[in-house]
Write a protein that binds this ligand. Structure first.
Ligand SMILES: [Zn+2]
Length: 174
């Protein structure tokens, strides 16, 4: 398994709509496994393929608490089939917006349909942090970041800070 470089905002590659996976084959399974390894290494609780430069509808999540056994989920072409009216507000972060957090309200419970790593269609019911995490990762497939859910003022502050942090990264000497 490989650790993949994670793209950080602002970057046009994070604003693109990802295309559907036609079949979960060995190539997609390898991508899912590499994404999970990258997510655990970061560490994070979710990662979407566009964050590692693949414009494919693939996400991985693991919302197990510290001390619990890992609960990795590998989802291709996830689609919401139902979302609750009840909302849950979570202070969200993102591996593509390092060190920035903001409160985002999303449906507290969802049902989704997806293709698993064996190329089988499955359904999943999720609530609480898992529901938040899956919706956050699904947003990435539409080119949407968590800062797109907050005020443009706050979003501007975060994106300007990230752009500045990028400029200050010293270039690698040739
Ligand atoms: Zn994210």
């Amino acid at each position: 398994m490989a650790i993949l470089p994670i793209i950080t905002a602002p970057d046009p590659r994070l604003k693109v709509r990802a295309r559907a996976v036609t079949k979960v084959d060995d190539r997609i399974r390898r991508l899912m496994n590499d994404m999970l390894a990258t997510m655990y290494e970061a560490p994070g609780i979710g990662l979407a393929a566009p964050q590692v430069g693949q414009t494919l509808r693939v996400i991985v999540v693991d919302c197990a608490r510290e001390g619990e056994a890992p609960q990795p989920l590998k989802l291709a072409n996830p689609e919401l089939v139902w979302a609750s009216e009840d909302l849950l507000t979570v202070n969200e972060g993102c591996l593509s917006l390092p060190e920035h957090y903001a409160d985002v309200a999303r449906p507290s419970e969802i049902k989704l349909r997806y293709i698993d790593e064996q190329n089988e269609i499955r359904e999943l019911h999720a609530e609480g942090l898992l529901a938040t995490c899956i919706q956050h990762e699904m947003d990435h497939l539409e080119g949407v970041l968590f800062v797109d859910h907050i005020s443009s003022l706050k979003r501007g502050i975060i994106l300007r800070k990230l752009a500045k942090a990028k400029r200050q990264k010293s270039p690698v000497p040739a």
